[in-house]
Ligand binder design. Sequence first.
Ligand code: FES
Ligand code: FES
Length: 167
Amino acid sequence: MPYTLNVNGKSTTVDVAADMPLLWVLRDVLNLKGTKYGCGIGACGACTVHVNGRAVRACQTRVSAASGPIVTIEGLSAEGTHPVQQAWQEIDVAQCGYCQAGQIMSAVALLQRTAKPTDADIDQAMNGNICRCGTYLRIRQAVHRAASIGATNTTSQPAPVGPRGEE
Ligand code: FES
Ligand code: FES
């Protein structure tokens, strides 16, 4: 069945089954490989993307339910100039990197609703994103740094996202 999606600002039509997870549409149909498959059961956060301004788990979101604009890690900034991307690079957060696209998308959602999050805010918001390399302390540091960059950055605005939407 055809579905017209707005992905990273571009309209595209995909012809897939209604129950296909958005994760497979992004990765296998649209070739957007930045969004990762970790667990497939909504338990790790590696597949986090934004749908209609909410951070959701793409492995648990059917394409038929993905109404509204979709933003993936590729859609934040092609040049890596988004404040969260900048902060992640400055703090050198990633180890293996596998979980980091999902971490970044959750961090962007957090910063959109809380411009200056506390450590507790960060820990709560990022709780569903698992990192097997244990980069949690640097993630926390990078979120603070992104908040600082975002407050002074006039050329790169975070994507318009709202509260995290768990499935
Ligand atoms: S792949 Fe783990 S939550 Fe989606
Ligand atoms: S950086 Fe390796 S799983 Fe998070």
